[in-house]
Design a protein around this ligand. Structure first.
Ligand SMILES: [Zn+2]
Length: 215
């Protein structure tokens, strides 16, 4: 799924972050292989043409994204992420993740096969020497790679909504202190805070107001 610069220009940062959050929310972990999950993955692929080749890939990547979003940090997951950033064939790598998802443990995960999915040619294609900044530069080749690179750069903004009833809890916040994905999710809690505040401070507040009036 190699794309040229022109195609990448059609994928601005905000659009890619939206796609990632939507994919993380698309499938539920309870029934990852269910018919409903498959349909959700297919809907994602249809809504975002050019982002992932198949619904199978979307299904597995959705699972992987939720791990990263929930701050599951393991060397295996990091290796998958590096692989996806460099591999020209994400499908191969995603198949390895599928093994992990099904068996749910790192032993089932063939690290050596994973390592072989990226070669030196792939590395050369994705890396540049950035003399001006004194470091290596990363050159993503596909919208997915730009998005995953953003996921690392913006990891302080990838959040899980604090409302337990949120219908789409994985979101990208504008500021790192944000706890709720939307005003709708925050509203019931705001009401509760006001009530709690009033219970604790209402009497004082009324007393002060009375005093103020007398003056
Ligand atoms: Zn929410």
């Amino acid at each position: 799924m190699k794309t040229d610069g022109k195609t990448l220009a059609a994928w601005p940062e905000q659009k890619l972050l939206r796609a990632l959050a939507e994919l993380a929310n698309a499938v539920s972990d309870d029934v990852p292989g269910s018919e409903g999950s498959r349909r959700a993955a297919q809907r994602f692929v249809d809504r975002w043409p050019g982002f992932l080749p198949s619904a199978d890939d979307a299904l597995i990547l959705s699972y992987f994204l939720r791990q990263v979003w929930q701050r599951v940090r393991t060397p295996g997951w990091d290796l998958v992420l590096v692989g996806l950033l460099f591999s020209p064939t994400p499908g191969e790598l995603l198949k390895e993740i599928e093994t992990f998802r099904v068996f749910g443990e790192t032993e089932a995960f063939d690290i050596n096969r994973l390592k072989r999915t990226v070669g030196l040619d792939d590395m050369i294609e994705h890396l540049t020497v950035d003399w001006a900044r004194g470091r290596l530069g990363y050159k993503p080749q596909t919208p997915l790679q730009v998005a995953l690179n953003l996921l690392i750069e913006k990891s302080h903004l990838t959040k899980i909504c604090a409302n337990p009833d949120c219908p789409a809890s994985f979101f990208v916040a504008k500021r790192s202190i944000t706890k709720y994905c939307s005003d709708d999710c925050m509203a019931p809690f705001q009401r509760q805070w006001r009530l709690d505040w009033w219970r604790r401070h209402g009497e004082d507040w009324r007393a002060k107001r009375k005093k103020g009036r007398k003056r």
